[in-house]
Design a binder for this molecule. Structure first.
Ligand code: RTP
Length: 152
């Protein structure tokens, strides 16, 4: 059964923040029906980013990616809703923006794999790990008045 309380971690990378896309990307998730349950700007340390991207540490692009991720603030968000992880990834598009369909975030706003503007968790397990890493004090619990208009 789909889980309406599923959470995903979405993060505007420094290029997305610098290009003024925070509102645009946040609005896409809100309009889709997802509930924002945590948000902040952050300037993460190298060590923090190395934890976030630990599974990629042996990739040749890793040092360059960590440098790019430290080139300015990131905007961290947690959204909750039905199939949030899989749907969030679909909204992002492919890792390489050139392979992303128009209508997706990367397909609409990016061209280069190393400047793909937004991160989204790729599994429920990783989402929970990432939320704990970026929001160690937890997320909010509250009800939207329109939930009955979003869910049957
Ligand atoms: P993300 O974690 O940022 O949401 O990206 P993803 O799951 O779609 O892709 P992943 O394989 O986890 O890669 C993480 C980020 O590394 C950069 N990358 N560069 N130069 C390259 O070949 C290359 N490949 C990946 C991208 O910024 C990618 O989002």
């Amino acid at each position: 059964m789909p889980n309406a309380a599923e959470r995903t971690y979405i993060m505007l990378k420094p290029d997305g923040v610098d290009r003024g896309l925070i509102g645009e990307i946040l609005a896409r998730f809100e309009k889709r029906g997802f509930k924002l349950i945590a948000a902040k700007l952050a300037l993460p340390s190298k060590e923090h980013l190395e934890k976030h991207y630990a599974d990629l540490k042996d990739k040749p692009f890793f040092p360059g990616m960590i440098k790019y991720m430290q080139s300015g603030p990131v905007f961290c968000m947690v959204f909750e809703g039905l199939d949030a992880v899989k749907t969030g990834r679909a909204m992002l598009g492919a890792t390489n923006p050139l392979a992303s369909q128009p209508g997706t975030i990367r397909g609409d706003y990016a061209l280069a794999v190393g400047r793909n503007i937004c991160h989204g968790s790729d599994s429920v397990e990783n989402a929970e790990k990432e939320i704990a890493l970026w929001f160690p004090d937890g997320t909010l619990q509250y009800r939207l008045s329109q939930e009955a208009m979003i869910y049957e």
